[in-house]
Design a protein around this ligand. Structure first.
Ligand code: NAD
Length: 500
């Protein structure tokens, strides 16, 4: 079992209350870490440190190259420590080793990318306004200030990097709160940040719970921006708390993504693609392909293929490379998913595979749910409308593509979507009609730190990644430089100043 302290103002300390909490391995319920539990006082202290680090210019006035080098060394250290970090991530999150290995690779890669963004000069001329002899005009992007970042448990290290990377690359200081369910790799990241020599207060990582620390981060007036990833319900709460001081918010929230198979799809790819879309990380992905729209023509064949493959999926110890699906994150989450499965049955959907916890003795201590597929799903049912965040697929049969698009969009969410077809033009026409922030054609889950990611509708506000994502961590300034030079030519002054 590991022990972790808070990381605040460049120091590792206990929490003010000396309270701790335990992190549990969802595979066997063993305690894997005892962690200092930050409270409101600790949040205020970390915010104060980040405020001073920003206002005194410890980070924003460092050269872009120096900042970039520090970010790159974080990426290098993640690579150096990847074997250890992988084990911790598996134990803390229940993600399979195959998934977590990819996460570690992508975390280091993302941080390396953000280190490159850090050297960009965020200044550009404003075309059409600047005129020789009149003025020069620039659009300058400057750091927002102190950023509070709040993250969920499904991609613990990757999520921490996705917040710290762009916020720091843009010149902000940060207080990050990992999920109380998966604090371990974020706290290892704190050690890395400390070891590579970030100035005190630039990065603060405080593990704790949402109702005290999370709320303080969202409402504290010394915070300039909240960058939140989590459920839509909590996102709404965060936004309302942030509104008290009108702070900027980026909200990356839930989804109910539609996966539309067109009748000319290549079934060899689409069948595996649909399974990957829903069952990757036990369905605990915000943009998982949870609603599968099948045309009448393909429905029965497609369904029998996915059911057959689903039956072969191996639940097991997430550390074993042979395991396809690990446990879900917690008993609460498992019970929530089981509740949705019951509601599907009650509302008349047909359960064709899965539907309960496995009975295998060696899985009895883990929070497992069999990969589950429902057919005869109506888009109005709870299992088609609400985010389950578990391995449950709702299959919806459609007659016309227009009907599939209309139903795909008939949800409060708009995070991801997918279209499967051999005809790119046809698929593109459908993709353009989906009200979602990312749409894959013949693919799923390929999220890149270089491409904007975020939600339409109640899936969120703002975008992460790429230049677009970097801009979310900046304020925009118009810089006007006069070139007129003489008082006589400045006739607009005459509107207020009496002529001599
Ligand atoms: P959650 O909303 O319960 O918690 C997310 C974070 O918010 C945690 O750190 C939690 O401690 C904190 N929190 C909880 N209550 C809070 C409050 N009142 N004030 C401030 N902070 C609070 O979500 P979760 O269960 O950790 O994660 C699953 C959810 O995250 C799903 O809805 C999923 O779709 C979403 N998610 C979205 C994205 C995206 O990019 N859009 C990515 C991953 C996960």
């Amino acid at each position: 079992m590991r022990e972790y302290l808070l990381y605040s103002n460049g120091e590792f300390t206990e929490s003010a209350s000396k309270r701790t909490f335990e992190s549990i391995n969802p595979f066997n319920q063993e305690v894997v870490a005892r962690v200092a539990r930050a409270g409101i006082e600790d949040a205020q202290r970390a915010i104060g440190a980040a405020r001073i680090a920003f206002d005194k210019g410890l980070w924003p006035s460092m050269s872009r190259e120096e900042r970039s080098a520090l970010l790159k060394s974080v990426s290098d250290k993640i690579n150096d420590q990847k074997a250890d970090l992988e084990q911790l991530e598996v134990e803390d999150s229940g993600g399979t080793i195959r998934k977590v290995k990819e996460d570690l690779y992508l975390s280091a890669r993302a941080m390396s990318y953000f280190s490159k963004l850090a050297v960009m000069e965020l200044k550009e001329p404003i075309d059409g306004l600047s005129k020789p002899g009149f003025s020069q005009n620039f659009l300058v992007r400057e750091p927002v200030g102190v950023v509070a970042a709040i993250i969920p448990w499904n991609f613990p290290l990757k999520m921490a990097i996705w917040k710290l990377g762009p916020a720091l690359a843009a010149g902000n200081t940060v207080v990050l709160k990992p999920s109380e369910l998966t604090p371990m790799t974020a706290m290892e990241l704190a050690k890395i940040v400390h070891a590579v020599g970030f100035p005190p207060g630039v990065v603060n990582i405080i593990p704790g719970f949402g109702d005290d620390v999370g709320e303080e981060l969202a409402k504290n007036p010394m915070v300039d921006k909240v960058s939140f990833t989590g459920s839509t319900a909590v996102g709404k709460r965060v936004m309302s708390l942030a509104s008290e001081s009108l702070k900027k918010c980026t909200l990356e929230c839930g989804g109910k993504s539609a996966n539309i198979v067109l009748d000319d799809a290549d079934l060899d790819i689409a069948v595996d693609g649909a399974l990957y879309a829903i069952f990757y990380h036990q369905g605990q992905c915000c943009e998982a392909g949870t609603r599968l729209f099948l045309p009448e023509k393909l429905h029965d064949d497609f369904l029998s293929r996915i059911v057959e493959k689903t039956k072969k999926m191996r639940l097991g110890d997430p550390k074993a490379v042979t395991t396809d699906l690990g446990p879900v994150i917690s008993a609460k989450q498992r019970d929530r998913v089981v509740g949705y499965i019951k509601s599907g049955i009650e509302q008349g959907a047909k359960l064709v595979v899965g539907g309960s916890a496995p009975r295998t003795p060696d899985l009895k201590n883990g929070f497992f749910i069999e990969p589950t597929i429902f057919t005869n799903v109506e888009n109005t049912m709870k299992i088609a409308q609400e985010e389950i965040f578990g391995p449950v697929l709702s299959v919806i049969k459609y007659k016309t593509v227009e009907e599939a698009i209309q139903k795909a969009n008939d949800t409060v969410y708009g995070l991801g979507g997918g279209v499967w077809s051999k005809d790119n033009e046809k698929a593109m026409a459908v993709a353009r009609q989906l009200r979602a922030g990312t749409v894959w054609i013949n693919e799923w889950h390929l999220i890149s730190e270089k491409a904007p990611f975020g939600g339409y509708k109640q899936s969120g506000i703002g975008r992460e990644f790429g230049i677009e994502g970097l801009r979310e961590y900046t304020e925009t300034k118009h810089l006007h430089i006069d070139e007129v030079g003489t008082r006589e030519k400045k006739f607009w002054y005459d509107t207020v100043i009496p002529k001599e």
